[in-house]
Design a protein around this ligand. Structure first.
Ligand code: ZN
Length: 139
């Protein structure tokens, strides 16, 4: 990561906001960021905030600690999450709370997770908020 990208990513995590470069000329999302749009070569690619929602594209359960090495005390699920507002972008996210593995295509919410000395994007079941809204509207 270059310094600007690292700063943008870190600021987003600190603020609980997710944004990606989007071409002002053709509308293409560009991830990772490039000096010019990968589709039309425009240099106008401001960062645009997206909703914290996505879908599970794929997932895996890992027992390996990629930061410290060795074996994790408990395995974690890591998923590639397709961003709802920018479906051509997928980012790796950790399952926020250990539980049943997700289903491919399952809608999820993106949340900031803090683990030891790391702050990363995580995914949580989308149904938690939907259930709450449905309960309020139930007769
Ligand atoms: Zn473009």
């Amino acid at each position: 990561m270059n310094a600007d990208l690292d700063a943008m990513w870190s600021a987003g995590l600190s603020n609980g906001e997710l944004a990606f470069p989007r071409c002002s000329a053709c509308g293409a999302w560009n991830w990772y960021p490039l000096p010019q749009c990968g589709r039309c070569q425009s240099s106008q690619t401001p960062w645009v905030r997206v909703a914290l929602q996505g879908r599970i594209f794929s997932w895996t359960r890992t027992h390996h600690d990629f930061v410290k090495g060795g074996v994790l005390a408990e395995p974690v699920v890591i998923a590639l999450v397709e961003i709802a507002d920018a479906p051509e972008i997928r980012i790796p996210c950790r399952q926020q709370t250990a539980g049943a593995p997700p289903a491919i295509g399952e809608p999820v919410n993106l949340v900031v997770g803090h683990f030891e000395d790391r702050t990363i994007w995580c995914f949580a079941p989308h149904s938690e908020r939907a259930d709450t809204a449905a309960d309020k509207g139930a007769p």
